[in-house]
Ligand binder design. Structure first.
Ligand SMILES: Cc1ncc(COP(=O)(O)O)c(C=O)c1O
Length: 394
């Protein structure tokens, strides 16, 4: 299929819910992707944070190849070797105390599972989420998501959700009632603009949850799997939630969501309470097993920490040069550059110069590169941003 036909077909047939970039990506390796014309890009979108172990990691590719010839589909009502191997690895990886997991297919689904579990366990209906939060776009997850633009066309959403300002433990405490089942928090608000909480916030939420007998749900869909310099971001603050949501990167690029919970909490789910046809699909499980091995063997969280500091230092030097940059912030290889203007042009100009970056809101450039990115590739990203900002600054 030629390029024009590919674009025309997606335009004509696919639901038009995505704002598209004018490139056809056909190949990827590590931190690089190539378009149909052979142009190379350093992928600081990481496919929206998915490509933590890099594109087409050889170990993930090999695991998928091996499994695809053995068994692709096996409903969770049967036992399966690939699934069982993954489950053990997942629990070894998870924060201590997380002893059970429900497998699904996406971030929103991992959040849906957490919401249902919190209601079932507590017998209560209220969920408190944060202003500025993003938890996905299915009806339950959307009810916890903050942005009006996403919510307004689909009202009424699921009842029982309220939002409080992040970093305000007093208001959070005041919002809890006898009907509150859980507090849902992102360790860093990714879609919201790479916004970190104050250091006392997550420990404070944990304390309030313990005191008020309310569940703490952490949404680590974007921050989990090494991205911030620890396997899970909650480790930075020594906080263990009651329920933890993971997705995006866990299966090396294939679709998987995972909702972890403490044993007694997951025990609230009875047979039939929650399910999904593809839950624990063997092909995806084999990919996730390999991705976990890569994460550990290649010490990717440590790499994210070191390279994240390197990247941030260089970006901070840019911030000194261009006063249009308000702030550089983030943790590990989850980095935001807040500017004084709309960043759309910057995304396009970077792309034209061989670097793919994301936005987060109107005025934040978001960088979620694969953790296997090389130092020279980071240098090139900074050079490109330098050139683009110089142009924009004129
Ligand atoms: C924190 C967080 N939760 C949930 C989601 C939803 O994940 P998905 O798009 O896989 O449904 C996202 C997606 O960006 C996210 O960043």
């Amino acid at each position: 299929m030629n390029g024009k036909k590919i674009i025309d077909t997606e335009k004509k047939i696919m639901a038009q819910t995505f704002s598209k970039r004018d490139r056809i990506i056909t190949r990827g390796k590590g931190a690089l992707v190539w378009d149909i014309n052979g142009n190379e890009y350093i992928d600081c979108t990481g496919s929206y944070g998915v490509a933590v172990v890099g594109h087409c990691h050889p170990k993930v590719v090999e695991a998928v190849k091996n499994q695809v010839e053995k068994l692709i589909a096996c409903h969770a009502s049967f036992y399966n070797d690939a699934r069982s191997i993954l489950l053990e690895k997942l629990i070894r990886l998870a924060p201590k105390g997380m002893e059970r997991v429900f497998l699904s297919n996406s971030g929103a689904e991992s959040v849906e599972c957490a919401l249902k579990l919190a209601r079932k366990y507590s017998g209560k209906i209220e969920i408190i989420a944060m202003m500025g939060a993003f938890h996905g776009k299915t009806m339950g997850a959307l009810s916890a998501t903050w942005k009006k633009k996403y919510r307004a066309p689909f009202m009424p959403l699921v009842p029982g959700f309220k939002h409080v300002p992040p970093n305000n433990l007093g208001k959070l405490r005041d919002a809890i009632t006898e009907k509150t089942a859980a507090i849902l928090v992102e360790p860093i608000r990714g879609e919201g603009g790479i916004l970190l909480n104050s250091d006392d916030f997550l420990p404070g939420v944990r304390e309030i949850c313990d005191e008020k007998h309310v569940l703490m749900i952490l949404d680590e869909v974007q921050t989990g799997f090494g991205r911030t310099g620890k396997v899970f971001a909650c480790e930075h603050w020594n906080v263990v939630p009651d329920i933890l949501c993971l997705a995006k990167s866990v299966a090396g690029g294939l679709p998987m969501g995972a909702t972890f919970a403490k044993e007694d909490i997951m025990a609230a789910f009875n047979r039939g309470d929650h399910s999904s046809t593809f839950s624990g699909n063997p092909l995806v499980c084999a990919a996730a097993s390999a991705a976990i091995d890569v994460l550990i063997d290649e010490k990717l969280p440590e790499r994210a920490e070191t390279l994240g500091k390197y990247f941030k230092d260089k970006l901070e030097a840019l911030a000194k040069k261009y006063n249009v940059i308000r702030e550089v912030r983030g943790l590990g290889l989850m980095i935001g550059i807040e500017t004084k203007f709309d960043v759309y042009n910057i995304l396009i100009e970077c792309m034209e110069k061989g670097v793919l970056v994301l936005d987060a809101g109107r005025n934040v450039i978001r960088l979620l590169p694969p953790l296997v990115i090389e130092k020279q590739q980071i240098d090139k990203v900074v050079d490109v941003l330098d050139a683009v900002l110089e142009q924009e600054n004129k």
